[in-house]
Design a protein. Structure first.
Ligand SMILES: [Zn+2]
Length: 153
């Protein structure tokens, strides 16, 4: 799948602005980066590394890794970034390679902005660039490493 954007990204044949948070043999977690424009803090994507198109196309090992990745990044967003709720969304309309959008909801978000995309539109939602974004990624990375043992119990 040379033409697949996500495969190309993981093969390193193209570079993207996203920031790596976690990676293993099966999954990749990165923070979105709008290339200088403010990004919603804590908006991460979980990619499956192999070219599996949908949630229904994962093998057992991938499904395990994906589930663990979801749990760990969600826990990190709650405990490190103070999220009160975590939304997850898969559409695949743009790129037919399984990737999940994870968007945290922060305390104080008015109910009319509750939802996986809706949180992005709240005028007081936390957005950031550059160092702000780097610090969020560093905290999430550190928290996931710290959490390695507790979540495997
Ligand atoms: Zn692909």
């Amino acid at each position: 799948m040379d033409s697949c954007f996500i495969c190309s990204k993981h093969q390193g044949t193209i570079t993207t602005a996203g920031k790596m948070i976690y990676e293993d043999d099966y999954v990749y977690i990165g923070h979105i980066d709008k290339g200088g424009n403010p990004a919603y803090l804590g908006y991460v994507m979980i990619d499956i590394k192999r070219h599996a198109e949908t949630l229904a196309d994962m093998n057992l090992e991938e499904a395990k890794a994906f589930g663990v990745a979801m749990a760990r990044i969600s826990k990190a967003l709650r405990e490190s970034e103070g999220a009160e709720h975590i939304y997850a969304r898969v559409s695949g309309h743009g790129v037919p390679h399984l990737h999940m959008h994870i968007t945290p909801r922060y305390p104080g978000t008015p109910k009319e902005y509750w939802g996986p995309r809706e949180v992005l539109d709240w005028e007081n939602a936390p957005y950031g660039t550059g160092e702000t974004l780097d610090r969020v990624c560093e905290r999430l990375r550190a928290h996931m490493e710290m959490d390695d043992e507790t979540i495997n119990e």
